[in-house]
Ligand binder design. Structure first.
Ligand code: PLP
Length: 402
């Protein structure tokens, strides 16, 4: 298997234990190496290991920096995202803060898209502000319009495509060109694509962040984050800072993520097929004013999606022409959809999106009316006929069936 092999092939073969005469294939061929420390046979062995490590080899020396299980998962993230090095964190948000705290210093300015994952705003308002790092959140739809928000101390352009809640597509190659021209580091949250449906490093981004909690793990049973980069200087900076701050994950979580990610392509394809069928059905309902799903033909970002994405997933939002009481009834009446945050697991989930959290989002004003209710659906791996029947009966209970 070469690095040219298809990602479908590489996901089945990366991260296997070295091949002895006989070895288990299931579940991943590589044990969860649980340990706090590593023992060396001699002082010379220890010195030699550190010498090789300082030259860039990925050798195990202490539990916090990860063992073979972690290294295997890092390799998998590199293959998915097309990066040279991956760093693991105990959650997606941990991966975001690891990145920003590694690359920003007191006095720097962070320019961020207004469609990014909500807690990034909280990070900016609390930790970053306390460290004298200033942030601006604005629409990243038109890269040239970002120019007015640049400051002499702007260091990072932080984006997410498709964006959180409304799946707003961004023109990543144009953003990369803008970042290059202004000497900014382009950091992107690629949880939506998870290295399969979208690959921002290949489109010019410098750093890609993935909440492995979602589609990589795929089974709603662990929290995980990863930071993937390709530039050696950036890698060195993140490496030094990750070591300084002690970000670390358990071997069991790394092992579970490796088990989960083997089926990432088939899961994503099925989520995407189910979601498109749901879009088709939703589009025929009078209560549905807008569908936010870039693979859907009427989505405002559909052309960008066709140009830049290599797949889709099960995530979609709908703007519903309903009262607050009706939307409550609708969400409560759903039987297959659990009410909860998160997505990317096997199961369907629903979240009634607080329109307050969309008020600062330019895309919302452009594409939905003030009085609509937004509901985000994660379309799971259930039979799509059952999912649609469930949506049908819930709309009926809400008195919103056409
Ligand atoms: C869920 C999510 C995160 C955070 O991941 P956690 O593992 O829950 O911390 C970050 N970015 C996006 C786009 C997400 O959907």
């Amino acid at each position: 298997m070469s690095s040219e092999s298809s990602i479908h092939t590489r996901l089945q073969h990366l991260g296997m234990a070295p091949c002895d005469a006989q070895h288990p294939v299931a579940p991943v061929g590589l044990p969860a190496v649980r340990t706090s420390t590593v023992k060396f046979n001699t002082v010379e062995d220890l010195e030699d290991t550190y010498k090789r490590k300082s030259r860039g080899e990925r050798l195990v020396t202490y539990g916090r920096m990860g063992m073979e299980t972690h290294a295997a998962l890092e390799d998998i993230f590199c293959a998915l995202e097309g990066g040279r090095r991956a760093f693991l964190a105990s959650s997606g948000l941990g991966a975001i803060s690891m990145t920003l705290l590694s690359l920003l210093s007191a006095g720097d300015h962070l320019l961020a898209a207004d469609c990014v994952y909500g807690p990034v705003g909280h990070l900016a308002d609390t930790v970053l502000r306390r460290l004298d790092i200033d942030a601006t959140f604005t629409s990243a739809k038109d890269p040239q319009a970002l120019e007015q928000h640049l400051k002499p101390n702007t260091k990072i352009l932080y984006v997410e495509a498709p964006g959180s809640l409304l799946m707003q597509m961004l023109d990543m190659p144009a953003l990369a060109e803008f970042a290059r021209r202004h000497e900014l580091i382009l950091v992107t949250d690629n949880t939506w694509g998870s290295g399969y449906a979208y690959r921002p490093l290949a489109l010019g981004a410098d750093v890609s962040i993935v909440a492995g909690t979602k589609y990589v793990a795929g089974h709603s049973d662990l929290m995980l984050g990863a930071v993937i980069a390709k530039d050696p200087a950036l890698i060195k900076t993140i490496d030094t800072n990750q070591y300084a701050m002690g970000f670390s994950i358990s071997a069991d979580d790394a092992w579970l993520a490796i088990r989960g990610v083997r089926t990432l392509p088939v899961r994503m394809e099925q989520h995407a097929r189910n979601a498109l069928a749901v879009c088709q059905w939703l589009a025929r309902q009078a209560a549905v004013k807008k569908i936010f799903h870039p693979a859907w033909r009427d989505d405002a970002g559909h052309q960008l999606w066709k140009r830049d994405c290599t797949g889709s997933n099960g995530l979609l939002s709908v703007a519903l022409d309903m009262s607050k009481e009706q939307v409550r009834t609708f969400v409560n009446a759903l039987e297959l959809f659990g009410i909860g945050y998160s997505w990317g697991g096997y199961e369907s989930l629903v979240q009634w999106v607080d329109s307050g959290s969309l008020r600062s989002h330019a895309y919302f004003d452009a594409h939905a009316r003030e009085n609509v209710q937004v509901v985000r659906l994660h379309i799971g791996l259930e039979s799509v006929d059952d999912i649609i029947a469930d949506l049908h009966q819930a709309l009926q209970k809400a008195g919103a069936l056409s």
